[in-house]
Design a protein around this ligand. Sequence first.
Ligand SMILES: [Fe+2]
Ligand SMILES: [Fe+2]
Length: 169
Amino acid sequence: MNYDRMKEILESSVGTKLYNHCLSTMEEAGKLARIYGVDEEKAKIAGLLHDCGKSNNKEENDNLTHAGTSAMLARSVYNIDDEEIINAILYHTTGRENMTILEKIIFIADKIEPNRHYEGVEDLRRIAYNNIDDALINALESTIEYVKRRNQELNIESINTLRFLKEKK
Ligand SMILES: [Fe+2]
Ligand SMILES: [Fe+2]
């Protein structure tokens, strides 16, 4: 499937705001891919589709399940059969142990694309272009802090990913 067709389907299913986030994540992922020497096309496709299964209805949105839904739809609706792309979509919210560079790029591109505005994003952007593992640690620590402050349930996968990255350092 070509980009135009993928974009057409995506725009009609996720709505304008999320669609724009997907386009920006695609561009950001492409840039990071060039820096880190991974396949730019795969990064762009994964970036474009990473949230394709996310509902544009806030109430319906479950942050823990949309990555799985997106990976499933990438396969069935967008005909993606490349496992590296599918896994980059599948692990974009929690990460996992032994992430590929492509997986790390999608995780980070999602958080630093230009539409993102939050405290610390400028630091994260700078780190992301220097050391992708440090960027992951920074992003995961911020997310975990944020969740703790709000007394929300901590995601075990994210904690696991963080522990793994820190042990490896
Ligand atoms: Fe997402
Ligand atoms: Fe996203």
